[in-house]
Design a protein around this ligand. Structure first.
Ligand code: 8YV
Length: 328
């Protein structure tokens, strides 16, 4: 028997990262990338002191109660709505996430998705591939401008600010935002960003990008009532979490032309996608890949591993979500 603590790496990740963890731990990994049911996850956590998890693994009170030996849950994601942090804290289980390392990559993608949506890139590509392009036409796939337009940001955290920076400094967009709290003046000023109430944000945005974390308080932050307040020419981009936008209400608003188009990287109940969205032409749909560059995914995996190693070897985890657990 080894005296190394045992850990679970719940999903397939970079072999180099698994090897690094194996220098410190008895690692049970998942090279076949099997998606575990809650029962299977509970079974695989048997005897594990730590878990390297992703958004696909739900860590709740029942699972924690079945595993009192568990001391650290390290998420390879900046968002952690898959983890009941309060239940972890109450049981002294450290939770960590992967902020900062994915900010710029995710902001790049959010901006690209917004542009693809406004300029109808995937819709026009489908048309071309289907062999339907036989002439020039004055209004063929005419979309809406990015430069000079009003960029609305719901959720002005690190990623929201990254998108605002791209819009203001790169494309001459006017930036309006709504957030739990207003940014300090020295952060607003270089972007010319204007803090507005949600009503004004919805009314003024030509391109609204949603970047708030998911929590009960942000559930369906954009639903039928909010969509009704937007411009009929506006686009909506969601790179936050499924559930922040009401997908059924969005599909209906898009069908009825109440907004022009939507770009969605996240979905309620993903990897399933609402069939009403799949039936629309004025949507750009991507499979939750905003952080997916090789370098950023590697940095996220390394940071999750750094947290796990520190948490279980007496070090200081770099990015804890519930640092109060460490003080005990
Ligand atoms: C992850 C994400 O790839 O970081 C996040 O919160 O949504 C993505 O970057 C995904 O959550 C996998 O855990």
């Amino acid at each position: 028997m080894s005296d190394k603590p045992a850990v679970l790496v719940a999903r397939k990740v970079f072999p180099e990262v698994v090897q690094r963890l194996a220098q410190h731990f008895e690692v049970e990994d998942n090279p076949e990338d099997h998606i575990h049911s809650p029962e299977e996850l509970t079974a695989r956590l048997q005897g594990k002191a730590g878990a390297f998890v992703t958004l696909s693994e739900r860590i709740d009170a029942a699972l924690l109660d079945a595993h009192p030996q568990l001391r650290a849950v390290c998420n390879m994601a900046v968002g952690y709505n898959n983890i009941d942090v309060a239940a972890c804290s109450a049981r002294g289980v450290l939770v960590s996430n992967t902020p900062d390392v994915l900010t710029e990559t995710t902001a790049d993608f959010g901006f690209a998705l917004m542009m693809a949506t406004a300029r109808r890139i995937t819709e026009s590509e489908r048309f071309l591939r289907e062999g339907r392009w036989d002439r020039w036409a004055y209004d063929m796939f005419a979309g809406s401008d990015i430069h000079g337009a009003t960029l609305g940001i719901l959720g002005m955290g690190r990623i929201g600010q990254g998108i605002a920076r791209r819009g203001a400094l790169g494309f001459g967009m006017k930036v309006v935002y709504h957030n739990r709290s207003r940014l300090p003046a020295e952060q607003e000023a270089p972007l010319g960003a204007r803090y507005v109430d949600k009503e004004t944000l919805l009314r003024e945005s030509d391109h609204l990008v949603v970047v708030v974390p998911y929590a009960p308080a942000t559930h369906h932050s954009i639903g039928a009532a909010e969509l009704a307040r937007m411009k009929p020419t506006a686009t909506l981009t969601n790179i936050a979490r499924g559930g922040v936008v009401d997908d059924a209400a969005l599909a209906q608003a898009l069908r009825e032309g109440r907004i022009a188009a939507a770009g969605l990287d996240v979905f309620e109940g993903e990897p399933r996608v609402h069939p009403a969205l799949l039936a629309l032409r004025n949507v750009v749909l991507t499979p939750h890949i905003a952080s997916a560059t090789v370098a950023t995914r590697r940095a996220m995996a390394d940071l999750a591993a750094d947290n796990l190693i520190a948490a279980l070897t007496g070090g200081v985890p770099p990015t804890p979500v519930n640092p109060q657990v460490l003080a005990r």
